[in-house]
Ligand binder design. Sequence first.
Ligand SMILES: [Fe+2]
Length: 279
Amino acid sequence: MWGSELVGQIPTFQFDEIMTDDVKLLNLLEDLRDIGLTLTKGVPAETGHLAKFVDRISYLKVTNFGSVHTIKSKTSPNNLAFSGLKLGFHTDLNHYHYKPNITVFHCIQQSKTGGESMFADGFKTALQLKEEDPDAFKTLCDTYCDYIHKGRRGTVDSCTKCARPTFSFDRYGNIDGVHFDQTSRDIRLHIPVEKVYPYYKAIKDYYDLINRPENRVNFRMQPGDIVMLENTRILHGRNAFTVTEGAERHLESVFMDWDGVYSKIRCLREKLGMSFHDY
Ligand SMILES: [Fe+2]
């Protein structure tokens, strides 16, 4: 688990090596598994290369946003992601029952100023909350809320919804998921009225904790960078920036799942003469 000590220390790889060297690719995927965040540099800053990167690993996950989707600032946005506004810490697509495990961004053009990405370790911060404020932690473990997204892509309408707690656990009681997004949290809460205030307070306390300097990693993506992050563990966001006509901030993004990534890890380990049965 990590905090601000990861500034300048995000595991970093070169695109050419990832595309040709199995050992480098295995290192990247195992760092993604262990740390939850990787950076690949030297990718051509053009559309289409993210799909090649994903093909080298496994396959992408199609959602209501499509397969490879474009995040491009607009002067008249219909989605917060397409504005120049700050996006607070969140995980993606909590409104899906099959929430994507991994989010991948490729920076094609960066804004002139601002627009830095922000990352925080959801597991570390959850356990920190448990230590500092057990009641807030318990509230976020026990309280389910609906996440909802209503939108349209082309001519196809969508309305996806899923109820989740903020923290989820595996069969051994270890935290295995963080689900947090204040922009897609439904306004309707199906909980007793006396639990509403403690729930909002717990959300606020956790949000403040994530945003402490000791817990955040700010990183300004450069054109040609690909960032992969574990979407069930790492919270991400971005600072505000000015939308400039003709010089729009432009990212491509895809979602992936651990099934494809672990499959690649096992296949690479076997190919390289390493044990793969424990993965
Ligand atoms: Fe996001």
